[in-house]
Design a protein around this ligand. Sequence first.
Ligand code: NAD
Length: 227
Amino acid sequence: MQEMKTALVTGAGRGIGSEIAKNLAESGFYVIVNYNGSRENAENVVNEIISSGGRAKALQCNVSDTDAVAKMTDDIKSEFGTIDVLVNNACRGNNGILSNLDYDGFDYVLSVGLKAPYELSRLCKDELIKNKGRIINIASSRAFQSEPDSEAYASAKGGIVALTHALAISLGPHVLVNCIAPGWINVSDYENYTETDKAAIPAGKVGNTKDISSMVMYLCNQDFITG
Ligand code: NAD
């Protein structure tokens, strides 16, 4: 990869995405912190990165809006001239069939969690191919096992697993495409898990955001695993 590397992390204003953004910045990437909710959260992530000597910028964009996504990728290309890593992290949960989630509600979850990762991959593909870049998609254990009333989220996450291997075949060997399917990750300060909570997880603990961001860094820094 070239010297000035740029990473776009969607939904990076908080939670897992913010940790991924910080880790990428620590390893020298200029990080685009995409957000759609609180600007203050995104600015806090950017300020934390800058005060640790890194480089980052917050960019608002609702990734379910194709025009906004096109504008965001155009803006990144014209400002930085490169996109090296795309992390499709943004997602939103929703209920499902027991709550009578309607077509539009179902479609919105797919738009954020599945169609946007495809669209961003498509719009970034020339840059990623040129730079031998990486796409990292954040899936979920919900791709493989469900709770009741979670059809939309499960479908988005199952879809992104399949999208990952499809993109890996289409874009390889230039772009390595992988996904991470976290189980339960603590994105708050809450620590009081019951023994039953912990016992339900094979590792015996609820994960933290670093457990996921360190996997992202591993996938960025290797050149064999894809799909
Ligand atoms: P979170 O809700 O804190 O993060 C999701 C982020 O996506 C938020 O910043 C939100 O603003 C953003 N987002 C939502 N809709 C958006 C849109 N339309 N455009 C742009 N950004 C949008 O939750 P998190 O736990 O940090 O989740 C991050 C990723 O990890 C998600 O893909 C989630 O499904 C996945 N995941 C989380 C867990 C967990 O236990 N926390 C487990 C498995 C998978």
